[in-house]
Design a protein around this ligand. Structure first.
Ligand code: ZN
Length: 179
């Protein structure tokens, strides 16, 4: 797969197919979006929201969540706010998200099967791997929790507008989740 990507890349550059995407590092709409890495959203999200290249900082992880106050998603949001001029944040979870039902109980046998030693897993269990890999089960509740994690974060300024949504993974329809 990577081989064919490299081949495509040479052609893309030599044909100057990048020209319609040229922009700078500042998000034109002063917007950041925290969302899921789900491949159904790769192009759909931007299209459904009417965003073009350069409009918004899009931060992705499994579920679009902020599991801890030092998580990399919050780090990226702080960079977006303080360095790149972002003043609005959309938290966008989506229907039938894979991160909804995930659980360490299900990861564990796969990890053992793939050669991770039992002793390593025991160490990580001490470190709280079960909570770390636990899904969120209730999508609306998870949106509210993630919005709250941003709004109440001690390093996020109070003038940043943060709103939560769920996007339909098929139609792209956005539904706002209110507090
Ligand atoms: Zn997802």
């Amino acid at each position: 797969m990577i081989k064919s990507i490299l081949h495509h890349n040479r052609t893309f550059v030599s044909r100057k197919a990048y020209e319609p995407f040229v922009t700078d590092k500042f998000p034109e709409k002063k917007l950041a979006i925290l969302t899921c890495m789900d491949t159904r959203l790769t192009v759909l999200l931007q299209e459904a929201l009417g965003l073009k290249n350069g409009d918004a900082k899009i931060i992705k992880n499994a579920g679009g969540v902020i599991p801890t106050e030092t998580d990399s998603a919050i780090r990226s949001l702080l960079v977006a706010i303080y360095e790149l001029g972002v003043n609005e944040v959309m938290v966008v979870h989506h229907s039938t998200c894979g991160a909804c039902h995930m659980s360490y109980k299900e990861f564990k046998p796969h990890m053992l099967e793939r050669g991770i030693p039992e002793s390593t897993l025991a160490e990580w269990e001490e470190k709280g791997i079960a909570d770390w890999l636990e899904g969120f089960h209730d999508t609306e509740a998870s949106v509210r929790k993630t919005v709250a994690a941003i709004v109440n974060h001690p390093l996020v300024p109070k003038d940043v507008n943060v709103r939560g949504f769920i996007i339909d993974s098929v139609t792209g329809e956005l539904t706002e989740v209110f507090e």
